[in-house]
Ligand binder design. Structure first.
Ligand code: FE2
Length: 178
């Protein structure tokens, strides 16, 4: 394994075919591009079948696919997206809120709040619109005096990973064909 660990790169969700018609796709694209800055990957769009939204990098995306019996999830089922500053969190929160207040009150929004773990405060808000799952947008606020600890932890994890990689047994030589 290389130095770089695996990471999550996409979410696939199913919707009823009618939600992926012209008008439905337009609504989805409008909201997620205006609020989150995601872009449609037009070459993958198929009417009433598929819509793919690219999120910030070429290999990170939300894959929407039509199903006659699409997924249904409880309100709080969600996937999470991390932001890197409180400003970024507030900016996304504000955009989602404005969309709800000014354009479409179907937007389901759970206002910003924090889970306080002492040295770590996790700030987040939840939003769901037109898709079967909520998105939780999170910002990890680390107390100034704990940053060194977090850096140390990250260094340790990286070193352990390197060590494990170098200890991996070599691939067995291929048996010569009989
Ligand atoms: Fe969560």
């Amino acid at each position: 394994m290389s130095d770089r660990p695996p990471r999550f790169n996409h979410v696939a969700l199913s919707l009823p075919p009618d939600a992926l018609r012209d008008a439905g796709r337009k609504e989805i694209i409008d909201f997620y591009s205006s609020v989150f800055g995601w872009d449609e990957l037009p070459t993958l769009t198929e009417d009433r079948k598929r819509l793919v939204l690219q999120a910030y990098r070429y290999d990170q995306f939300v894959f929407l696919v039509a199903e006659d019996a699409p997924m249904q999830s409880p309100r709080m089922d969600h996937f999470g997206m991390a932001v890197h500053s409180m400003e970024q969190l507030d900016e996304l929160h504000e955009k989602a809120k404005r969309w709800k207040e000014e354009r479409d009150d179907r937007v389901d929004l759970i206002e910003k709040h924090a889970d306080d773990h002492g040295v770590l405060k996790i700030w987040s808000f939840y939003v769901r619109h037109l898709l079967p799952m909520m998105i939780e947008v999170q910002f990890y606020e680390i107390a100034e005096d704990a940053k060194e600890l977090v850096d140390e932890y990250n260094r340790e994890v990286a070193e352990r990973r390197k060590r494990d990689a170098s200890e991996e047994p070599a691939e067995p030589e291929e048996e010569p064909a009989a």
